[in-house]
Every structure is written in structure tokens, then in C-alpha cells.
Design a binder for this molecule. Structure first.
Ligand code: ZN
Length: 364
């Protein structure tokens, strides 16, 4: 019998190769008049082309940091105000999309972005958001999550105001992502799907998206990493979107809870920080349900599935043991911050500081 559930997904999705060429239609569809384009430096050529083709784009911000800063959001808000813009087009990975989402939510506010950061509520009018992911990993194009850093704090903020109005998922935009970044972002999507599946908030539709995403990633990530052909890229874009749809409702859990401290202290990119603990957590979170999932996606058992995650990390040279993080890794702090992170409440098993300490200790 199916349990009762509530599923809501407000973002309109346009998916397909070459779909970015329909940006003009999309802007008309949401009645955008004046836009600020946000992107990373690596997409400056693409940005110039978009500006030539779309006279609605009035300003560009292309200096978003890899872990987006509050100062990036402040600059985007300044551009929105200076140009009287009504829409932010976020073209990039999770960093550009997250910074745009936060900036759009406080674009017309009486109070400063910093005050919003300290006390995240966005009751007033917001700018519209068109999210265009250029990596297959973040899922940010369909979620209400923005991860923004300020001083030494990295905050994962959840707010309905961050939901994009529309997203354009064009796999061709991911063709230029280098192999290592393809693995890191792909394994982030993998973590989203696995965590959405084992989250205490999972429900039938999120399970459906998560399992299909896991299946596609298992079938395509290695190829996307090694050859980067359009077929595996397209499947990875779709898998990342499905994982986003799954975790936007089910939320992530222990692996993401642990990843923030690993990224903050040892500077691993987000996906690599998630992958660092994912295989160990699979064993700690193991259950009959996880064993059935493992069998359903082609493994003998959960341990066999966890081995595949180690394989992905190995072929791409991602961090897999403590010495890869540096010397004298403070696992006491990692365990403490992981166990006390709010996302840990979504984990199917209540993991103590001691259990996480032992998990890290075993990664020699
Ligand atoms: Zn993630």
C-alpha cells in the first residue's frame, strides 16, 4: 500500500540539447523586461553571445566565487537595483545559481542582503529567476536551497523564495566541463539521489526520481568522465535533474551534513566532500530497504554498492582517506559538527559523534 504524501514542484523545466537558444522565448514567457546575467568567468564567451542575442540583458556579473560569498550576492543586488531589473538569469554551476537565487530574493528588500543572511526571511517581492545549469550535479535549478558563505561560515539556507521560475537544462552546455569536475559534480548528484532515497522524508515520487537517477548515474558517470560524449552527458544532465527533484522534497542527510565542515576546513569541492563519507555512511545507514535498492540497481548487496563509490573516487583521484585532506586532520571537530548539523535530522539512523569519529578514524 502507498502511504499518503504531498509533492509540490513549482519550477517549469525545459530540457534538451540546444535549449539555451530558446532563452528569448523563455524571457517572453515569464514577461521579463530587464535582466541581469550571472555566470562564472569560464562562460564569458557564452555570455557575450547571449548578450548579443538578447537585448533584455542589461548587465553581467561574472565573478561568482566557487563557494559563493555573501559579497557576490550583494554585487548582484546592486546590479539589479542600478538597472531596474526584474529577472536574474543564472548561467553556471551551483555557485552562480545559488548566488542568483539569494540575490533575487532580496533584490527589492528594504533591508540589506547581510541582514537577510543573518536572519533568512524573504516576505516581500522577489526578482524572477531563470536557472541554466552548466554542470550535472547541483540540482539547484529545481530546489529552494542556496549555500552561501560569509566570513568563516558556510550556510545552507532553505527558502521557498529561492525557487527558480523556470530552468533550462541543456546538456550541450556541460560538454566543456573537464573530467575531474565531471566526476565531482556527478558524484554530488549521486549523493543527492542516494540521500533522498534514504532520507526520513522520502516518499513514493521522490523514490521514483531517486532510483532512476541512481540507475542512470551508474550507467553513465564513468563514460561522461572518460569520454564526455553527448549521450552520457545528456543522461547525466537528466539524472542530476531527477536527483534535484528528489531531494528538493526529501532533503539530504548525513553525507551532506558532514560535507560542510570538510569543505570549510579542508577546502574540498562540495561533491568531493560529499563523496568522502558516502561509502562509509552507506554501511552505517544500511537496512533491508538499502539492500533491496542495491540489488535493484545491479549489486549483490550494499557493501558491493559502496565499493562502486570507492571505485568512482579512485579513478578520478578524489580524496578517500584522511591523509588526502592534509596533516593532523581534526576528526573530533568533523564528527562533532557533522553529528550536530540540522541535515542529520533527515538521516535514517541517528548517528552519534562517537560513531562519526570512528567512521573518520577508519579512513586511514
Ligand atoms: Zn550536494
Amino acid at each position: 500500500m502507498i502511504d499518503s504524501f504531498l509533492y509540490q514542484q513549482p519550477v517549469k523545466i525545459r530540457f534538451g540539447n540546444g535549449m539555451i537558444s530558446q532563452l528569448d522565448d523563455v524571457l517572453n514567457e515569464i514577461e521579463a523586461e530587464k535582466c541581469v546575467l550571472v555566470s562564472s568567468k569560464s562562460f564569458s564567451e557564452k555570455c557575450n553571445k547571449l548578450i548579443e542575442e538578447n537585448e533584455k540583458i542589461k548587465a553581467v556579473y561574472s565573478s561568482v566565487h566557487p563557494n559563493p560569498l555573501l559579497s557576490d550576492c550583494e554585487k548582484i543586488v546592486e546590479l539589479i537595483k542600478a538597472n531596474g531589473a526584474d529577472t536574474v538569469i543564472a548561467l553556471g554551476g551551483g555557485s552562480s545559481i545559488d548566488a542568483s537565487k539569494f540575490a533575487a530574493a532580496c533584490a527589492y528588500s528594504e533591508i540589506s542582503p547581510k541582514e537577510h543572511y543573518l536572519s533568512p526571511a524573504f516576505p516581500g517581492k522577489t526578482a524572477k529567476i531563470v536557472a541554466v545549469p552548466t554542470t550535472s550535479g547541483t540540482g539547484s535549478e529545481v530546489t529552494k536551497v542556496a549555500v552561501i558563505s560569509h566570513e568563516n561560515e558556510k550556510k545552507s539556507i532553505h527558502n521557498p523564495a529561492f525557487m527558480p521560475d523556470i530552468c533550462i537544462v541543456d546538456p550541450e552546455l556541460t560538454l566543456t566541463v573537464p573530467p575531474k569536475s565531471t566526476m565531482i559534480t556527478g558524484i554530488d548528484a549521486f549523493t543527492h539521489a542516494i540521500e533522498a532515497y534514504w532520507s526520513v522524508n522520502h516518499q513514493p515520487l521522490t523514490d521514483l526520481f531517486a532510483v532512476e537517477s541512481i540507475r542512470l548515474i551508474l550507467a553513465n558517470l564513468e563514460n561522461a568522465y572518460k569520454t564526455g560524449d553527448i549521450e552520457s552527458r545528456s543522461n547525466m544532465s537528466y539524472a542530476s535533474l531527477l536527483a534535484g527533484l528528489a531531494f528538493s522534497v526529501a532533503k539530504t542527510a548525513a553525507s551532506h551534513a558532514c560535507s560542510f565542515s570538510i569543505s570549510a576546513y579542508y577546502h574540498l569541492p562540495h561533491g568531493e566532500a560529499c563523496a568522502f563519507t558516502l561509502d562509509s555512511l552507506m554501511l552505517l545507514n544500511n537496512s533491508e530497504r538499502l539492500e533491496s535498492l542495491s540489488k535493484a540497481v545491479g549489486f549483490e548487496n550494499t557493501a558491493d554498492f559502496a565499493e562502486k563509490i570507492r571505485y568512482f573516487k579512485k579513478i578520478a583521484g578524489l580524496a578517500s582517506k584522511l591523509s588526502d585532506l592534509g596533516e593532523n586532520v581534526d576528526i573530533e571537530t568533523l564528527a562533532k559538527e557533522g553529528a550536530n548539523h540540522p541535515l542529520m535530522a533527515n538521516n535514517p539512523v541517528k548517528l552519534s559523534e562517537k560513531q562519526l569519529y570512528e567512521m573518520y578514524e577508519a579512513l586511514q
